[in-house]
Design a protein around this ligand. Structure first.
Ligand code: SF4
Ligand code: SF4
Length: 382
């Protein structure tokens, strides 16, 4: 089908990032039908794709910034259109003209000047680990435990990072921490269309990893996992990267992770988009949870590749979303339907989003969110 293109040069620029699949969208609307935004308001990725095919017109639409890059549409598109790549390339054009939502300017500015989106000092990047006596990565260390920016600077997520250290030590993993010269993995930056800045962050990290001869990286954030695994290929990153849930499930099978303390909890597990739909990791976290004595794992109606996004990906964590439109609120209600008292997440963004949703919906007395490592650390005998 010949596409009418009033601004063909723009269409071409988008196609360069998103690939030629942009041209073969048949406007079937499957993406729109599945997009979680339609649970709270009208939003049409199909129309966005059409605008991308046609050129710049309509780009000023706020809708462009709604996409949380959850991958629901991409995995079901019958033509294999790389919808998220289309979104980020359209956003890149908006970045060039400086027309981005006000709430994103702070995080992007902080990424440029401090190497993290949270306004934290570089010198305090590893401060979360104080008192834990974790060595710095060096010759002979097996894994670099890469610090996610959210775990580095957000007090709630720092607890999860500390719990992971406890679990790794209990298993006898040979790991070390990085340096304050580490930068953000750049995942959200890239999804927000900050391509140039992403490349700068990624190149700085790759150069640091090469200087320190790092080959195996352990991450607690599925966003870091995705960036190192997929995006860094474009900057010559030859890294072996593993999410903590996968490493710990392997250690459990080997008998190195012993979960002996009974917890007597009913929990449900939330599949983070970047662990599940983006990277196909569904079972290792469940295997770990089921191994804890006394813990009953119950599933939400939407689980595994149908999991409902927490709303934090693709820069969503910084977007000002009206209270009634937050996916995290819908998700904690779905968790509540299972009768679970704990919602377990394996992603720092999900932890933040659910903490907020539990508080703002008045569920603090009946429900809590735990990062996977926190749950595991409680099941390890001191
Ligand atoms: S699901 Fe794919 S082919 Fe259908 S409208 Fe969306 S992008 Fe186009
Ligand atoms: S990636 Fe998710 S939020 Fe973005 S358009 Fe697709 S379904 Fe909607």
């Amino acid at each position: 089908m010949e596409i009418l293109a009033p601004f063909p040069e723009v269409t071409e620029a988008i196609a360069q990032v998103a690939g030629q699949t942009l041209r073969i969208c048949i406007q079937c609307g499957t993406c729109t039908g599945l997009c979680p935004w339609n649970l709270v308001k009208r939003f049409s990725p199909r129309e966005m794709i059409r605008l991308a095919q046609l050129g710049l017109e309509g780009f000023e639409s706020e809708a462009l910034w709604n996409c949380v890059t959850c991958n629901t549409c991409v995995q079901k598109c019958p033509r294999g259109v790389e919808i998220i790549d289309v979104v980020r390339s359209m956003r890149a054009i908006m970045n060039e003209t400086g027309t981005i939502p006000a709430s994103l300017k702070g995080p992007l500015g902080s990424l440029a000047s401090r190497g993290n989106p949270w306004g934290g000092d570089r010198s305090e990047r590893i401060k979360w680990s104080e008192g834990l006596e974790v060595p710095t990565y060096g010759p002979g260390t097996e894994y670099l435990l890469f610090t996610c920016c959210t775990q580095a600077y957000d007090p709630r997520n720092q607890k999860a990072a500390r719990a992971l250290v406890k679990v790794l030590k209990a298993c006898g993993v040979n790991f070390g921490l990085g340096w304050d010269r580490e930068s953000c993995c750049g995942d959200a930056c890239r999804k927000l269309g900050g391509e140039e800045l992403f490349l700068r962050l990624a190149q700085a990290n790759v150069a640091l990893f090469e200087e320190k001869e790092v080959r195996r990286i352990l991450v607690a954030s599925p966003h870091c996992l995705n960036a190192f695994r997929k995006d860094y290929k474009e900057v010559d990153g030859r890294l072996e990267v593993v999410h903590h849930s996968v490493l710990l499930a392997n250690l459990l099978r080997q008998g190195r992770l012993e979960l002996k303390k009974a917890l007597h909890l009913k929990v449900t597990y939330h599949d983070p988009c970047y662990l599940g739909r983006h990277n196909g990791i569904y079972e290792p976290p469940r295997e770990l949870i089921r191994a804890i004595p006394g813990v009953q794992l119950v599933e939400m109606k939407r689980n595994r590749d149908e999991s409902l996004c927490c709303g934090g990906g693709g820069g969503g964590i910084w977007m000002e979303v009206p209270s009634g439109e937050r996916f995290s609120k819908l998700r904690v209600a779905q968790a509540e339907e299972t009768g679970a008292e704990v919602i377990v997440a394996a992603c720092p963004y999900c932890v933040s989003m659910f903490e907020d949703a539990i508080k703002t919906t008045g569920r603090s007395e009946s429900m809590r969110v735990m990062e996977l490592s926190e749950l595991l650390s409680e099941a390890i005998e001191d």
